[in-house]
Design a protein around this ligand. Structure first.
Ligand SMILES: Cc1cc2nc3c(=O)[nH]c(=O)nc-3n(C[C@H](O)[C@H](O)[C@H](O)COP(=O)(O)OP(=O)(O)OC[C@H]3O[C@@H](n4cnc5c(N)ncnc54)[C@H](O)[C@@H]3O)c2cc1C
Length: 362
């Protein structure tokens, strides 16, 4: 493989954060290379594959700029749409919370974002793993690459963040998903309680079958994913495929996301909604900001601190509110009865606000 020894901007990871950063960095005129350790972008799928509709993204992040252009997807990436999600309490009380969303095909979704980056002029090399960075030198299993700017979009266990001694998200929650065969009601369902302590289990319907999975917090249990998966799968009673999982940072963004000419973005920066584990929209919003800031830095128009300022302006306030809500609900998560009562007290309206990173105090 012909791996360049020197580039202007090196993006590590081609998930939604990395590809969005690469696209906007290349559009800004910077020579952009993405390295991705997987052989095929987006494969295997480790995701619930649920996306909020654009009007929901605008409602959650009112300061995010130009949502329509960033979240413009071809119809082929959309499986089914929903207007409501059903939230189940530990005692299986159902709350129908209005929410507009759609299910996608996450492998093709990530490939679409990567193709947008390539169209903008970025180069993507797969099958290359970053093993560490030192200054502006990136070590990979295919040799060293020197970069003026390094963008760490390498997910929740970011090697870039580790190399910079950046804080690791305090609550990294194991989560996994797979596809269940069969017919499912076209309504996403989320199950709370001992089924997935500190997190939830889900059934997210698609045109053919459903994405099913769960995530839980290790702050509440020493058990392993499979200890929760087996009873959930038995409850579903559907044939399921191979499980794939990874960590989800559920404690909000890390304190610092820029060090000199290196930045981290997406899961690597803890940029996930801590109330629901949704990270794709923020990864794309922050990825775009990162790419634009990197291109400006190459043109010597700014420092990367502009990235830190701007992502905090566009999504930081909402993530702070969501962290506070998460802390409050965490008090209830440890006990089934308390959780049942807390959900009753919250009711549908406040649940809807919590999901949208808004304060639950009306
Ligand atoms: C089971 C599960 C279900 C989820 N469901 C949803 C959902 O329904 N909706 C939603 O919005 N969010 C969901 N999320 C969260 C969402 O998937 C992430 O927040 C989102 O993928 C973050 O994008 P990213 O680009 O920051 O990271 P990633 O998508 O993790 O991309 C990081 C990329 O970097 C690559 N990489 C990692 N290390 C290296 C390295 N050393 N060298 C080179 N490449 C490297 C990885 O292979 C990967 O391609 C879910 C997460 C999980 C685990």
């Amino acid at each position: 493989m012909d791996v360049p020894k020197k580039v202007e901007v090196l993006v590590i990871g081609s998930g939604p954060a990395g590809s969005s950063a690469a696209e906007h960095c290349a559009l800004g005129g910077a020579e952009t290379l993405v390295i991705e350790r997987r052989l095929t972008v987006g494969v295997p799928v480790r995701c619930g594959e649920f996306m909020p509709h654009n009007e929901e993204i605008r409602s959650i992040f009112p300061d995010a700029s130009d949502v329509q252009t960033l979240f413009d997807f071809p119809p082929g990436l959309r499986s089914i749409s929903c207007d409501v999600m059903q939230i189940y309490s530990p005692k299986m009380r159902v709350y129908d919370v209005p929410f507009h969303g759609w299910t996608t095909y996450r492998d093709r979704f990530d490939q679409f974002l990567a193709s947008r980056a390539e169209k903008a002029g970025a180069r993507i090399l797969t099958g290359i793993r970053c093993t560490g960075i030192s200054g502006n030198i990136v070590t990979t299993d295919h040799g060293l690459i020197e970069a003026k700017i390094i963008i760490g979009a390498d997910g929740p266990l970011s090697i870039v963040a580790k190399s910079l001694n950046l804080q690791r998200p305090a609550d990294l929650c194991p989560a996994m998903s797979t596809i269940a065969k069969g017919k499912f009601e076209p309504v996403p369902k989320m199950y709370f309680g001992s089924i997935a302590p500190g997190g939830y289990a889900w059934v997210i319907p698609k045109n053919e079958g459903a994405n099913v999975g769960l995530g839980y917090s290790r702050l509440f249990t020493d058990k392993h994913l499979h200890d929760f998966w087996v009873p959930f799968k038995d409850m579903l009673g559907h044939e399921t495929g191979h499980l794939y999982g990874k960590m989800v940072p559920m404690s909000g963004p890390i304190a610092k996301t820029v060090v000199g000419d290196v930045l981290v973005v997406g899961d690597a920066a803890g940029q996930v909604m801590p109330v629901n584990g949704g990270g794709i929209p923020i990864a794309m919003i922050c990825g775009r900001i990162a790419g634009k800031a990197a291109a400006k830095r190459i043109r010597k128009d700014a420092t990367l601190n502009e990235y830190e300022r701007e992502w905090r302006r566009q999504v930081g306030g909402q993530l702070d509110v969501a962290v506070k809500t998460k802390k409050l609900t965490t008090m209830a998560f440890g006990n089934q009865w308390r959780l049942e009562m807390a959900m009753r007290m919250l009711g549908i309206k406040r649940m809807g606000r919590a999901i949208r990173c808004k304060s639950i105090f009306l």
